[in-house]
Design a protein around this ligand. Structure first.
Ligand code: GLY
Length: 599
């Protein structure tokens, strides 16, 4: 790891954020009880999520002898109650696991699938031949893919857990039954969805009681969700994958429960019980790159997370970065180049030929790094490269096309570890914040709109678009649940929500920690930049910082966005010492805990 004397310029904002309440950074947020704090240190394993109840659920599992996988499932199920607009059993996700005994990293692909009847015209209006507007596609049965989250939980527990699903669901059932305190994030997520939620009877009954969002500070209960979890506990996940609950999901997709007075043209979907019965959550090889002597593992296709984070780091590895400005300059250029390649080459590898090995190769990254001008930003958008295994100089470039931008704040990430040294990095989602807007009647959970992560029409000009809809296909994701090993042992685990910005949040946090030698809390809190080739967004504090201004002087163009991401992470010290880290302020701040805290 390298230290730059100037790195405090960017980390300064992080330190300010941590010291905002007048607490010294070293002590800020250190947890000795079960309060909501962004940093906790100690032993016995750690949990970090965006939400206090979910983190508590995971920590209780660890304290009762469960492992990191048991804790991850308990925390995720609780997020399905308290963070229902970002994730839940109506959606999907990617589960990355480090097994301390074998030293191996494995992944479960719980991504939603399109119905077997889907074609590349899924989101083309037959009446006009034009692609549907995003919101028309989103608030419909068309956007709903077969949920993968319940089977992900069952598979993870079967393979690596020590608790049954029945036991792991108990904390979430309790929270759904007894209720939780509505915070500003929950209320604002309902308010931003008021029109959509109001158009579906079960959704407005649940989330707009009396016509408005639940008040901040009120207690929100979801007895239907508690009953649904109990049914899954009693009957197993087969109740979804071909059973009674599956039939109810299919009914809601095929006949969306639209309010009679709505003016929205809500299209029906074609998901069938056979689609649900055939669903698989396969184990997939993780992506892996070497970065400054570390091994960075993440999620491969259908996610573009692992390949794009990996390519960014490989390009940086090949770049000359003597100071902080040059690190971030190269980082933005690397991310722009890697996004051009992602958009051209990455889709569901069960259906398209993704040149994954080449995208992750140092030879390809060297060619891409050769294009970077240390003196000034390249004019965007950049063209994709040609990952064909034959590399020299700055390589060939393919025809330029940019692809669609997906940068919402949706999705959630959680990170867990245990006393045995196992680690989970798990990102899960229902796609947009609020998903499709359709609550399954009487069931208390929202269905995803994950299929809108497909491109609606070709984005790559004359070249093949790897991310068009197709039967049983999984839409490309940006989710990047990541585990970094140092000498074969866990060093850092992390991930974030945020649509396509996830890739930048994860890679920039690693760059902050490894290249800029920030502490992990500083690395998470530091102002963010998200370069995605067609656009480079940055938080206002990043643009205003001296390094941001130095980058503007190098002709980088930033579009300002209030917040990027909501990361959670754990760093692993010696002899089982762990530092659990969540956001100090973004999305209302997250919740980090350890099983056995120390000062
Ligand atoms: N729906 C967000 C993602 O998969 O990247």
């Amino acid at each position: 790891m390298r230290t730059f004397k100037t790195r405090a310029i960017v980390a300064g904002a992080a330190v300010l954020a941590l010291t905002g309440a007048g607490i010294a950074p070293a002590a800020a947020g250190t947890s000795h009880g079960d309060a909501k704090v962004p940093v906790a240190k100690g032993y016995g394993g750690a949990v970090s999520t965006v939400d206090l109840d979910a983190t508590k659920a995971g920590i209780e599992v660890l304290r009762k002898g469960g492992n990191a996988v048991d804790a991850a499932v308990a925390a995720a199920a609780t997020l399905g109650v308290t963070e229902p607009f970002s994730a839940g059993i109506g959606g999907g996700g990617f589960f990355v696991y480090y097994n301390a005994r074998s030293g191996k990293v494995s992944t479960i692909d719980g991504r939603e699938t399109a119905p077997r009847s889907a074609t590349d015209q899924l989101f083309v209006d037959p009446a006009t031949g034009l692609p549907l507007a995003f919101n028309d596609a989103r608030g419909s049965g068309l956007s709903v893919g077969t949920p993968g989250t319940p089977l992900t939980w069952q598979r993870a527990l079967d393979k690596w857990g020590t608790w049954s699903l029945r036991k792991a669901l108990k904390p979430a059932i309790k929270v759904a039954d007894k209720g939780f305190l509505v915070d500003a994030t929950f209320a604002s997520q309902v308010n931003e969805n008021k029109a959509l939620f109001g158009d579906f009877v079960p959704t407005r009954e649940l989330y707009l009681p009396g016509g408005s969002a639940p008040a901040v500070g009120s207690v929100f209960t979801n007895p239907d969700m508690a009953d649904t979890y109990q049914q899954i506990a009693d009957r197993g996940v087969r109740t979804i994958y071909g059973g009674q609950l599956g039939k109810e999901i299919v009914e809601a997709v095929q006949h969306p429960p639209v309010a009679p007075e709505t003016t929205r043209n809500v299209r029906a979907g074609d998901l069938s019980i056979r689609d649900l019965a055939n669903y698989k959550a396969p184990l997939r090889e993780p992506t892996r790159v070497r970065y400054h002597g570390l091994d960075v593992f993440s999620m491969g296709p259908p996610s573009s997370g692992g390949s794009t984070v990996g390519e960014i780091l490989n390009i940086l590895e090949a770049s000359d970065t003597p100071d902080e400005t040059s690190v971030l300059h190269a980082y933005i250029e690397a991310a722009s180049l890697a996004f051009a390649d992602r958009n051209r080459y990455v889709g569901d590898s069960d259906f398209v030929d993704v040149p994954l090995r080449q995208l992750l190769s140092q030879g390809f990254a060297d060619e891409r790094a050769c294009l970077i001008d240390p003196a000034r930003a390249l004019p965007k958008p950049l063209a994709p490269g040609v990952p064909d295994g034959r590399y020299s100089g700055c390589g060939q470039q393919a025809a330029k096309e940019t692809g669609k931008q997906n940068d919402g704040q949706s999705t959630t990430h959680l990170t867990t570890s245990d006393r045995w040294g196992n680690v989970v990095s798990y990102t899960l989602t229902i796609e947009a914040t609020g998903g499709s807007g359709i609550v399954v009647p009487g069931r208390g959970f929202l269905l995803n709109n994950e299929l809108t992560d497909f491109n609606f029409t070709p984005t790559q000009g004359d070249a093949f678009d790897p991310n068009l809809p197709g039967p049983n296909k999984r839409p490309r994701s940006s989710m990047s649940p990541t585990i970094v090993l140092k000498n074969g042992k866990p060093f850092v685990a992390l991930g974030s929500p945020g649509g396509a910005t996830i890739i930048g949040t994860v890679s920039q946090t690693l760059v902050n920690r490894v290249d800029l030698d920030m502490t992990l809390p500083e690395a998470l809190a530091a102002p963010r930049v998200s370069a995605r080739n067609a656009v480079t967004q940055a938080e206002p504090a990043f643009i205003a910082s001296p390094v941001g201004q130095a980058l503007v002087a190098k002709q980088h163009v930033f579009s300002s966005v209030a917040e990027i991401g909501a990361a959670t992470a754990i760093e692993f010290g010696r002899h089982g010492f762990v530092t659990s880290v969540a956001e100090p302020t973004r999305r209302g701040g997250g919740s980090a805990m350890v099983a056995w805290p120390v000062k």
